[in-house]
Write a protein that binds this ligand. Structure first.
Ligand code: FAD
Ligand code: NAD
Length: 479
């Protein structure tokens, strides 16, 4: 029998929270026959976030960037149980997680019976927390009530619905009227990669497709990007920041930097602009659609957990883990991705590498436990063989050499900036860095994102979406 199948009498239970980049990279790479694997997440699919900004405009169909977790689980070597629920409480002392399934009303306006919330408590031997983060509103008044986000699949659908609704509604109002202009203003707050890519995609959509269906719309519509710092894309190098801002100017994206949004109501954003003399000026900017993309903040589950563990009390921006991604101050708990606070940026690239790292770590741990189980059996045997025990102990020592800390390999960063141009800060090995922007980089951007996709089905669907829009253009249906 192979080492893999001869694991001790009782497999340990590995509970994974989340179905995002971290969790799915772990699940896909893990020999799931080594553990009783349970995956819990309110989202029953993996979402390929790098192309989420292309969804509100219809450049990419939502279905092309989702992959059902049950399909992923079916393709792993062992049995994986998936539960559609969110973890509401983690008890690291007793190794238990409480989960809750909330049924959603499927068709708005149609009366239907939905089951009550279902709660369940799950025991674990090992727990992996990969619940990601939520958009940080910084408690800015009005944001929760009036803004959309761009984090989940449903956000992309909501942004599209609002965009198309406003454009259609505006057609009923006199050209040039204040209300028509407001409805035709698409505002994004936050000039990180999410905000930049969304603003770029929406501007492309208006210029390349909506302009054919609503003649003159490209002159009437404003795409407005608001950033608190002096530049957008602050994690990119200066040359690429300048290039992105040049493209924005060229394609008429209205960029307001040094502008900190402080309040939002149903029609306006209220911001403070830093003047060149250092003084601040208050301004009011009307909007039709508002998307809030100001970065990550921890989820309530993570905030609650960090207050329960002494070693996590100082964790304000995410869970603290050691170099093996083990949650500080706990036993058998690991965390990865955007729900942690480490020296690495909160990106898919990091979560993906951490997921693969953890799969190797769990495989090594299963091997060690298997040898320990055999030693215990031998110890209890009436014909106890000391040589066999020594041999097994040596194998444990050798296997444990594979338990090495996580090392992140940064491949670089890419962002779409509009008009078929992208910027790329690439790292080749540890000796060279290339910063490039332009149409060729755009082709590279597309190739790199397809390569980054975790499933062949998604790769094929994404490419076919690009072909489809190059032939037929993007449509303007509200769906
Ligand atoms: P996520 O992928 O967010 O997954 C979290 C999972 O946990 C989800 O399945 C969620 O449903 C689940 N969950 C939430 N709450 C609970 C709970 N209570 N119990 C159980 N499960 C729960 N990074 C890049 O490197 N390159 C890019 O091009 C890029 N583009 C991006 C574009 C957009 C629009 C966005 C929003 C992000 C982008 N990122 C990109 C960042 C990247 O998506 C994140 O860093 C990555 O998703 C983090 O992975 P994660 O597994 O930690 O969290
Ligand atoms: P971010 O944290 O990168 O950027 C948020 C921006 O919002 C910051 O520049 C901040 O100054 C600004 N901001 C905050 N509060 C503001 C306010 N009140 N008014 C105006 N501006 C305000 O956030 P993101 O773009 O959502 O990215 C989150 C993570 O996901 C990052 O690590 C990013 O690298 C990653 N990501 C990567 C890509 C890519 O590689 N193409 C795409 C999207 C996201």
């Amino acid at each position: 029998q192979s080492e893999k199948t001869s694991v001790g009498s009782k497999k340990k239970t590995l509970l994974i929270l989340g179905t995002g980049w971290g969790a799915i990279s772990l699940l896909k790479d893990l020999d799931t026959s080594l553990y009783n694997v349970i995956v819990v997440s309110p989202r029953n699919y993996f979402l390929f976030t790098p192309l989420l900004p292309s969804v509100p405009t219809g450049t990419i169909d939502l279905k092309s960037i989702v992959d059902p977790v049950r399909t992923i689980a079916r393709l792993t070597p062992g049995e994986v149980q998936y539960l559609e629920a969110e973890a509401t409480d983690i008890d690291t002392k007793n190794k238990k997680v409480t989960v809750k399934h909330t049924s959603q009303s499927i068709t708005p306006g149609i009366v239907q019976t939905t089951p009550d919330d279902i709660r369940k408590t799950l025991d674990y031997d090992y727990l992996v927390i990969a619940v990601g983060a939520e958009t940080n509103t910084f408690n800015t008044p009005g944001v929760k009530e009036y803004a959309s986000y761009l984090k989940e699949a449903s956000d992309a659908v909501e942004v599209r619905a609002k965009l198309m609704q406003n454009i259609e509604a505006a057609q009923l109002l006199p050209l040039g009227s204040e209300e028509r202009n407001r409805l035709m203003t698409f505002t994004v707050v936050g000039g990180g990669p999410t905000g930049v890519e969304l603003a770029a995609e929406v501007k492309d959509y208006i210029d390349q497709d909506l302009s054919k269906l609503f003649p003159g719309i490209e002159k009437e519509t404003t795409v407005h990007l608001i950033e608190a710092l002096p530049n957008v894309l602050n994690s990119f190098n200066k040359k690429l920041i300048a290039y992105s801002e040049y493209v924005f100017k060229k394609i008429n994206i209205n960029l307001s930097v040094n502008t900190m949004v402080q309040k939002v109501d149903n029609k306006n954003v209220y911001a403070k602009v830093k003047q060149p003399n250092g003084e601040f000026k208050e301004i009011v900017l009307p909007y039709g659609v508002l998307v809030w993309a100001t970065g990550n903040g921890p989820r309530q589950l993570i905030k609650d957990l960090s207050t329960q563990i002494d070693a996590q009390k100082t964790a304000r921006r995410g869970l603290l883990v050691d170099e093996f991604l083990k949650l500080e101050g706990t036993d058998g708990v690991f965390a990865l991705g955007d729900c942690t606070f480490t020296k690495h940026p909160p990106t898919a690239q990091v979560a993906h590498q951490q997921g693969i790292y953890l799969s190797k770590l769990f495989e090594t741990m299963a091997k060690v436990e298997n040898f320990e189980y055999k030693i215990a059996q031998e110890d209890a045997s009436p014909d106890r063989d000391t040589n066999k025990i020594d041999r097994l102990q040596r194998r444990i020592n050798r296997t444990k050499q594979n338990l090495v800390p996580f090392v992140y390999t940064h491949m670089g960063a890419l962002a779409y900036v509009g008009s078929e141009r992208a910027v790329a800060d690439l790292v080749w090995g540890d000796w060279s860095q290339i910063s490039t922007g332009g149409p060729l980089t755009f082709l590279f951007w597309r190739t790199a994102y397809v390569a980054m996709c975790l499933s062949i089905k998604n790769k094929v669907l994404i490419c076919s979406d690009w072909v489809k829009i190059s032939i037929f253009g993007r449509d303007c249906s509200k769906e």
